[in-house]
Design a protein around this ligand. Structure first.
Ligand code: BV8
Length: 258
């Protein structure tokens, strides 16, 4: 990455009318939440998330899957938004049109005061009836659950309760996916932050934007599946680089004042 790359990214974001952002687990890494493909520590290291985050795994061993999500909730609950989350909320304030499309199931973007958020994969803090017995989704407040039994049972139908997240093999919320695709088809700039670009259909959003003529900026310490599409590639942690971009945008703002 050169300082020219950083300046180019800041100018693209400063001038853009419609900014789409796609975030993945990497944007929360500096808040202490392991990325999806980092082996989480100790007890869970032997489990592959790809094999636990499925309806089949839950039906096979509901307690194991429920306990894995409870463990991840204990990691996420104390986590604080980092400077990358905060910088994205500042970019939202600047852009005339903006969507923050996230694969993440934590709510650190909300807590960093981002507003125009599209959750593609749900929220770990929410629970729903496995059978969606009252309609899709049948959300259930944690206070209504008897947590002595794991997993807890739906107060309406007595069936199991599960986290309100999208598992592998499940379709994404259609309204969220449609909103994300529509915005990526008409954005000027797409900022791709902290995702390996492995999981579909979220990963294809960057190519949707690129094919529609947007400039794509990628922020990730590693090279990823997105990298060939990126017009600007910033090989750095997002918590470091995003605040630098925001301060360059603020300089552009000051020099543009009459
Ligand atoms: C579906 C919730 C219809 C649960 C998650 C083509 C089209 C459609 C589907 C598929 C397809 N091909 C394959 C499929 C099936 C599957 C899929 O994508 N499989 C993959 C593994 C090949 N997709 C689905 O099943 C989706 N459903 O499309 O329905 C259908 C169904 C079946 C068959 C066909 C069609 C549902 C996918 C949703 C799964 N649920 N999460 C939970 O979390 O428990 S996905 C999960 O992965 C998380 O949400 C996570 O966010 C997401 C993506 O991972 P990343 O965010 O990218 O995280 P990762 O760890 O991989 O990477 C982190 C990156 O950060 C790294 O690059 C690292 O370098 C970087 N990083 C690290 N530190 C930093 C950093 N970056 C910046 N700063 C730092 N400090």
């Amino acid at each position: 990455m050169t300082s020219e790359d950083l300046q180019t990214a800041a100018e693209l974001l400063y001038q853009a009318q419609r900014v789409a952002v796609l975030t993945g687990a990497g944007v929360s890494e500096e808040s202490g939440i392991p990325t999806f493909r980092d082996a989480v520590d100790g007890l869970w290291a032997k489990y592959d998330p790809m094999h636990l985050a499925t309806p089949q795994a839950f039906q096979r061993d509901p307690k194991l899957v429920w306990d894995w999500y409870e463990y991840r909730r204990t990691l996420m609950r104390p986590a604080q938004p980092n400077n990358g989350h905060i910088a994205l909320a500042q970019i939202e304030q600047h852009a005339p049109e903006f969507r923050l499309i996230t694969q993440n199931i934590d709510e650190l973007h909300e807590r960093a005061r981002s507003r125009k958020i599209v959750h593609l994969h749900g929220k770990i803090a929410e629970n729903k009836c496995f059978a969606n017995c009252q309609g899709t989704p049948t959300l259930i407040d944690r206070e209504a659950l008897d947590l002595l039994g794991t997993p807890p049972h739906c107060p309406h139908c007595g069936g199991y309760v599960r986290p309100n997240v999208v598992w592998f093999g499940e379709t994404l919320p259609q309204d969220a996916l449609a909103q994300a695709v529509d915005f990526c088809q008409t954005c000027d700039v797409m900022l791709v932050v902290g995702t390996s670009g492995v999981v579909q259909p979220a990963a294809s959003l960057s190519t949707v934007a690129k094919r529609a003529g947007a400039k794509v900026i990628e922020i990730n310490p590693d090279i990823t599946a997105f990298s060939p599409w990126a017009d600007v590639k910033l090989l750095h942690p997002s918590g470091i680089i995003l605040p630098k971009i925001v301060s360059l945008m603020q300089q552009l703002e000051r020099t543009s004042q009459p």
